[in-house]
Design a protein around this ligand. Structure first.
Ligand SMILES: [Zn+2]
Length: 347
């Protein structure tokens, strides 16, 4: 038998060779870095077809490495796996062999970074852009609550971060022309270029706050909310692709009557499935209502598939897809939003 998600992940690596008669997969060794001469070849062999209760053993066949052991969730992370369900699948399986074999995969804690928005000319221009776009009257102080950081360099300075994620020239542009949304665990600043000519050449730049890649980093942006898991109110997840879109939905629509146990998220280019599953895992949510505040170009049948997949993992009480018939998404003021809602499921 194979662990489906783990198997899929290992197959997806750039160098991956399966030998089905031996029941193993060979990839590049995450411990020694593997052969420099032949980069399209790996020496790290993992037993993927195991009997129930049998550990997934690995071994590197490079003479000067030779590392061997049991595949655990941290080995997967070392290989770049960030999908919570894949990691959980393995740690749960390892727990069936021995309780101490793999650490229970614990939910993430945010990085200890602070935000600062100074009142200066450039920041006021950026604030005006946000208010004009969303038709709001937010102040500089409000932005902190919404996890909007106006200056990249102020953020790096305050938090004593010396390593940049991009070269100086590009970081200068991000600092000058972007506003940033701080991701859920402060792993990323999602930088939105607000210049007319799109001077950075991209609408969004995903900026890794530490400057150092880490497989645990998660891109999700979330408007801070309190969840009361003891409350009988079923949690509602509101999710859009871009931060502006979810802010527009949050401020400029009144579709959501409840205020208790309501989450507002933007997946920032990650897929909806993993973002929703991650949040449910993080907050321990088993049954939820979901509203997708969709971009216009994404068709309904994509969400029908998403719903089917989610139903295998969660109890979905209600699932709706909302489109803005006046624009491509919800990142607009009230006058430029007209909701078209389709409810695909209601229990
Ligand atoms: Zn090795």
């Amino acid at each position: 038998m194979k662990l489906n998600l783990v198997y899929e992940f290992l197959k997806s690596l750039p160098v991956s060779n399966e030998s089905s008669d031996r029941g193993n997969i060979t990839i590049r060794c995450p411990f020694c870095g593997d052969s420099v001469k032949s980069r399209d070849h790996g020496n790290f062999s993992i037993k993927i077809d195991v009997k129930p209760g049998e550990p997934m053993l690995y071994r590197c066949f490079r003479a000067n490495c030779g590392i061997s052991g049991i595949l655990k969730s941290d080995t997967l992370q070392k290989l770049g796996c960030t999908n919570m369900n894949t990691l959980l699948e393995l740690s749960k399986y390892n727990h069936t062999i021995n309780k101490n074999l793999d650490k229970e995969f614990i939910s993430r804690k945010p990085r200890n970074y602070q935000m600062v928005n100074i009142t200066n000319q450039l920041n006021l221009v950026k604030l005006n852009y946000i208010n004009r776009r969303l038709g709001t009257t937010l102040t500089i102080a409000d932005l902190k609550i919404l996890k909007i950081q106006l200056s990249l360099y102020d953020f790096l300075k305050l938090n004593n971060i010396h390593k940049l994620s991009y070269n100086y020239t590009y970081c200068d542009l991000l600092n000058q022309y972007c506003i940033s949304f701080v991701s859920m665990y402060s792993d990323y600043l999602i930088c939105r270029d607000i210049s007319k000519k799109l001077i950075t050449n991209r609408r969004y730049t995903i900026y890794r706050t530490t400057g150092v890649p880490s497989p645990e980093d998660i891109k999700l942006y979330s408007i801070p909310a309190e969840l009361d898991l003891l409350s009988p109110v079923i949690a509602t997840i509101n999710i859009a692709e871009g931060p502006f879109s979810i802010l527009g939905a949050y401020f400029n629509t009144n579709m959501i009557k409840e205020t208790e146990n309501v989450l507002w998220l933007a997946n920032c280019g990650s897929d909806y499935l993993n973002s929703i599953l991650h949040v449910c895992k993080q907050y321990g949510l088993l049954d939820v209502k979901i509203n997708i505040w969709s971009d216009s170009e994404i068709k309904l049948n994509k969400y029908e598939k998403l719903l089917k997949t989610l139903q295998n993992r969660l109890i979905i009480r209600e699932f709706s897809v909302l489109y803005n018939t006046k624009a491509e998404d919800f990142g607009h003021d009230k006058d430029n939003i007209a909701i078209s809602k389709t409810t695909l499921l209601k229990l």
